[in-house]
Design a protein around this ligand. Structure first.
Ligand code: SF4
Length: 228
């Protein structure tokens, strides 16, 4: 089976096992952006505390984040750690929006995917995973988010070598839904990333716990009528 077909089978298997995840857990696209920064190197529970602080201080909007002094912002996001670096990075994001897109997220979203991705990657505190999470979940672009959970699944199931680079894994994930209309591409990548995170949390950690995992090899064996 081709790696892209195998990955598609994994997606179907996870969707059947866990159901739609309906990510991202946020009220607005801009809140998704904030969450994508805050979730770096910390748990989502810690992010929720910071988000609650930001909401109480009316800082979950572009205007609110622009207005809040940086030292106050650090205090608000303290629960999610790295507050100095993350506060500066969030301020830099708003500065980029103001400078290049009239302070509007929708104008950044209207850029071509490659252009928006390059703009994001030029910002401090934004690596490929954060850029792609913002592109997919906040800006609605058809990209695949590559994280450690996806790396483990594709390498442990023999689709790519253990040292595969980010773009190799992303290319495989993108090929899984190739040829579909852009809307379903976005929807599938949205669900796919969320489902991979779920199986990663439940089973595919640093040490795999394959017993009971919906992706255990037996479950992935193609049905007899699919074997040529
Ligand atoms: S826990 Fe095992 S079966 Fe599940 S995804 Fe990881 S390697 Fe595959």
């Amino acid at each position: 089976m081709k790696p892209s077909a195998k990955l598609h089978r994994i997606y179907t298997r996870l969707l059947t096992a866990y159901g739609p995840q309906r990510w991202w857990p946020a009220e607005t696209a801009f809140e998704v952006v904030i969450g994508a920064y805050l979730t770096q190197n910390t748990s989502w529970r810690a992010v929720e505390k910071s988000i609650a602080n930001l909401a109480a201080a009316h800082c979950l909007t572009i205007d609110g984040l622009r207005a809040v002094p940086e030292d106050e912002l650090r205090t608000l996001i303290r629960p999610s750690g790295y507050m100095i670096r993350k506060a500066a990075a969030l301020k830099a994001f708003v500065a980029m929006l103001d400078r290049d897109h009239a302070g509007r997220l929708d104008l950044l979203a209207a850029q071509r995917t490659a252009t928006a991705r390059e703009a994001l990657l030029r910002l401090p505190g934004v690596g490929p995973e954060t850029a792609d999470a913002i592109l997919l979940y906040a800006l609605g672009h058809p990209v695949a988010v590559v994280d450690e959970y996806l790396r483990r699944v594709v390498t442990r199931h023999g689709m790519l070598p253990a040292k595969a680079k980010y773009l190799e894994i992303q290319s495989l994930a993108l090929s899984t839904f190739a040829g579909e209309p852009i809307e379903s591409h976005v929807r599938h990548h949205n669900e796919f990333h969320a489902l991979i995170v779920e199986v990663g949390k439940r089973h595919c950690g640093p040490t795999p716990r394959c017993a009971g995992c919906p992706l255990a090899e037996k479950a992935l064996t193609p049905p007899p009528d699919a074997i040529p």
